[in-house]
Write a protein that binds this ligand. Structure first.
Ligand SMILES: [Zn+2]
Length: 235
């Protein structure tokens, strides 16, 4: 997708901003949003609008853009020495080029073997595997607690705006980034999606089931609102 291209750096009155251009046949007007993953502004243009219209909106909204970019948590590149949370606990990435066995967590460290060129990829693979393992166990636990006997497919994704989702066919998806969040947050997100297997809406019965499945709803929602963007800044 376009987001993997290097962004344009645009000079705006309040500092320069990395900009990614999008074309959309569905867009009715030029719009801006901040992409926390890349730390850039995404400008979506309707088919008939040119970049000039995008630049005009950027100039108009320059202060908002600068404020939003400045408010992003610092990016955490996956490199030796960086700290990455695992189940809410900071882990230091240690490169062990001469050891074997991929990547694993041990006493506050994520130890990564192999060439440094593959280190980031190996950490991500490790976190994804850890996410799959954790969410599978949590889903099984919540299904049992909800008295739901069906089995369901679980996929691990890298979603930008949703931590979990439940498809009409009953398969559940979770962002691997949630494995970095504290356990109470994971508990809530899994409870939320499992509750959707019984109620495909956000009605009172749905929330009653969520609260039956987890005591952490309020605290977890507050955590995600405050800290969720930080999870998107890793890697
Ligand atoms: Zn929901």
């Amino acid at each position: 997708m376009a987001e993997s291209q290097p962004p344009d750096i645009l000079r705006l009155p309040h500092g320069s901003a990395p900009v990614q251009w999008r074309r959309s046949s569905r867009a009715r007007r030029v719009s801006l949003r901040i992409d926390p993953r890349s730390g850039s502004v995404v400008v979506t243009l309707p088919l008939r609008a040119g970049r000039r219209a995008g630049r005009a909106l950027l100039m108009d909204q320059a202060e908002w853009v600068a404020r939003r970019l400045a408010a992003l948590p610092a990016a955490v590149p996956l490199e030796a020495g960086a700290f990455v949370p695992l189940h809410g606990i900071p882990h230091r990435i240690r490169h062990a080029p001469h050891e074997r066995g991929g990547a694993w967590a041990e006493q506050g460290e994520i130890i990564v073997t192999g060439q440094s060129a593959f280190l980031a990829r190996r950490v991500t693979d490790f976190l994804r595997a850890e996410a799959r393992r954790s969410f599978q166990a949590l889903v099984a636990q919540k299904l049992a607690a909800a008295g739901i006997t069906r089995s369901c497919r679980i996929t691990i994704k890298d979603t930008r705006s949703r931590w979990g989702s439940c498809a009409p066919n009953g398969s559940l998806a979770f962002s691997w980034r949630l494995v970095m969040a504290p356990p109470f947050v994971q508990d809530y997100v899994v409870a939320h999606e499992v509750a959707h297997l019984a109620h495909m809406n956000h009605g009172p019965k749905f929330w009653a089931l969520v609260d039956l499945l987890t005591p952490h709803r309020t605290r977890a929602m507050a955590w995600l609102k405050k800290e969720g963007t930080g999870l998107l800044r890793v890697g």
